[in-house]
Design a protein around this ligand. Structure first.
Ligand code: KG4
Ligand code: ZN
Length: 337
């Protein structure tokens, strides 16, 4: 049985083809990064229009790579929440239209849960139960994942997501967009102990995150207290130290909360998804903490960390249970379980 899956929640137009035994036959992503770079962030209206232009060519390319035709597709999957609602609507409308035209079931899944399911796809075996960390441009959340379809939220950010903080700090430091990879590169030459930036909730039991104060702390360290903006620093030690100290603060908090979540749940597996999971400093800290805790660490390769449609294979689990989506399926901007 072949599934065709669509993901358009933010700035990647993604279509994948996979089978009901989770073999990925195509995983195509058309990135819009260059369209949003000059705005130093994703512009929702620009993203939605670009999805409209790119979705059908991306779908054609996925079918070509899978060596299949539309008539070979037995189910349509779509990630309908959370995300930018205008962007999501493009994928949801296309998915409904395809399901109707092909007369096949439609299955909807949650983008955040799908990020964790990417670890299942990469592992090639069952990974549940596990602690799940989703750390991306839009989300920083910890879950107790009891099974592929039963996620309990343990905690989340109360303001900015970690990736959003990387993007904002990159803008402050004049490092371009997307900020994560640029800050990581800059941090390589910096001293992570040069600045003692805040680590919110670090010594508290609650599994929440907060990154907006950290971003402001970087701004103040650069321009002085209570200065809301100023020119980006030139390349050099000051800029590298700011990047390295910022990155270390984010990583320290993420790692500490993962350790707390493992201890609290008694689980011995940590699955990490989302674009920030590509960060090497984060990966090495998570490797060290899982080793120390006697737990297993699952982080997918880059192509499955950032937004993609192969992670929508979580829909296969729903399809098995007959949990089809109705034809009045909506795009939902905020997190829903
Ligand atoms: O999962 P993703 O592709 O999209 C969302 O669902 O948001 O994540 C994108 C985010 C961006 O904020 C980007 O700056 C961040 O992931 N990112 C990184 C790295 N690569 C991407 N953050 C830190 N270090 C990286 N190497
Ligand atoms: Zn995402």
């Amino acid at each position: 049985m072949n599934f065709l899956a669509i993901e358009t929640s933010c700035d990647e137009t993604a279509v994948a083809v996979f089978t009901d035994d989770l073999e990925v036959r195509a995983n195509v992503v058309a990135s819009q990064t260059e369209l949003h770079a000059r705005f130093r962030g994703v512009v929702p209206e620009v993203a939605a229009r670009a999805h409209l232009e790119r979705l059908l060519p991306t779908l054609d390319e996925a079918l070509r790579q899978a060596n299949l035709q539309l008539a070979d597709i037995g189910c349509i999957a779509v990630l309908n929440s959370p995300g930018l609602v205008g962007a999501l609507l493009v994928g949801v409308s296309a998915a409904k239209m395809l399901a109707l035209a092909l007369d096949v079931p439609l299955v909807a899944a949650n983008h955040i849960e799908a990020h964790i399911y990417a670890c299942r796809m990469a592992a090639g075996r069952d990974i549940f139960p596990c602690v799940g960390l989703v750390v991306s441009g839009g989300h920083t959340s910890l879950f107790h994942c009891r099974s592929a379809l039963a996620f309990d939220l343990l905690g989340a950010t109360i303001d900015d997501a970690a990736g959003e903080a990387f993007d904002k700090v990159a803008a402050i430091l004049g490092l371009g967009f997307p900020g994560g990879p640029a800050v990581e590169r800059e941090a390589q030459c910096g001293d992570p102990r040069a600045h003692q930036f805040p680590r919110s909730f670090l010594n508290q039991e609650r599994l929440s995150f907060s990154f907006s104060g950290l971003k402001t702390a970087v701004l103040y360290a650069l321009h002085g207290k209570n200065v809301s903006e100023g020119p980006a620093p030139p390349p050099g030690k000051q800029r590298a130290d700011l990047a390295a100290s910022f990155q270390q603060a984010v990583v320290d908090v993420l790692a500490a909360k993962c350790r707390q979540a493992l201890d609290k749940t008694g689980l011995q597996r940590l699955a990490v998804g989302g674009g920030v999971a590509a960060n090497r400093c984060l990966r090495s800290h998570l490797e060290a903490l899982t080793r120390e805790a006697g737990a297993e660490l699952l982080i997918p390769p880059m192509s499955l960390c950032t937004d993609n449609a192969a992670m929508a294979a979580i829909a296969v689990e729903k399809w098995r249970q007959g949990a089809y989506a109705p034809m009045d399926l909506d795009a939902v901007a905020t997190w829903s379980q």
